[in-house]
Design a protein around this ligand. Sequence first.
Ligand SMILES: Cc1ncc(COP(=O)(O)O)c(C=O)c1O
Length: 368
Amino acid sequence: MKVPFLSFTPQNQAVRTQVLDAMSQVFDSQWYVLGEAVKQFEAEYARFSTTTECIGVANGLDALHLALKALEVKEGDEVIVPSNTYIATWLAISFVGATPIPVEPNPTTYNLDPALLEAAITPRTRAIMPVHLYGQACEMGAIMEIAQRHNLYVIEDNAQSQGAAYAGGITGSFGHLNATSFYPGKNLGALGDAGAVTTNDAELAKKVRTLRNYGSQQKYYNEVIGHNSRLDELQAAVLSAKLPKLMEWTGQRQEVAALYNEQLAGIPDLHLPAVAPGATHVYHLYVVRTSQRDELQKYLTEQGIGTLIHYPIPPHLQEAYRFMNFKAGDFPIAEELATTCLSLPMWPGMTPEHVTQVSSHIRTFLRR
Ligand SMILES: Cc1ncc(COP(=O)(O)O)c(C=O)c1O
């Protein structure tokens, strides 16, 4: 039996009628940009996020960028960011002319290590961008406390962790402004690019709302140099149709993870995901680590098991950031992760048989 890295089939079957109905309603409405569907989804996603505001934007990268812009982070400023995130978090900082200051993750949870944060703060630091990586909430209590003490903004990158929580608070509700992505493979995925900013600050929400729409609140009156980064009506309608299922799908991801944890326990040279006390994990990805990563991936591919690497090159070693003069060895935990991590198949609707198939191939390979 083949097991793909990701299949949309069970999700799509569960919401096929609702999604197609929602799309035809938009089609019939004859209003395709910033209409009722966006307004409705923004209200629903704000409620889900326990925030007062949600601003739908074109994608997760724009959500991060517009958040930094609304906070007036600019050239000469420093922004603390994980050394092991997807490059989008760094790119948003670069877009506003600020400098990403990488901080290493906790080597077992892969999330920003609060114990290392303070050493990275300088008089130029303006913001911290915790990334809830792979689906696990960061230790937001300690991060918010440090940010408050140093008068810094917090912008959560919640692209991978919709519905995760830390100490009972939901991700995307802690920071001054928070960004998420509804890229199709995300836990809440659109049928194309989409993203959102969430916040409890009405003034900041107004700024993001203005920035996403040509710097304009009133048609043809432009207050600031803005962007065209609006959530599509069609994508908003699709997201509204899928949102009621999100926590059910999250539960299914958590069941798959629990089964992997059980079946992969005790295998030599295989590290399983660890969850920090107080945090929940919504398993956007189920990431294991082994020193034989490349060989294991090749073997699994031969057995029809799909896997991916998140991510093979950390941002500081990317060609795009060569100008910052980082070198190999500067962020050893991020570098170690990049050479050892492997994301196993993970999607709502995966069956116990799928998990057993993947696990038994891994056991066979690592035990031989
Ligand atoms: C951690 C993280 N941040 C930001 C993004 C950017 O989102 P998007 O692809 O919607 O621009 C992604 C996903 O691609 C991501 O995984």
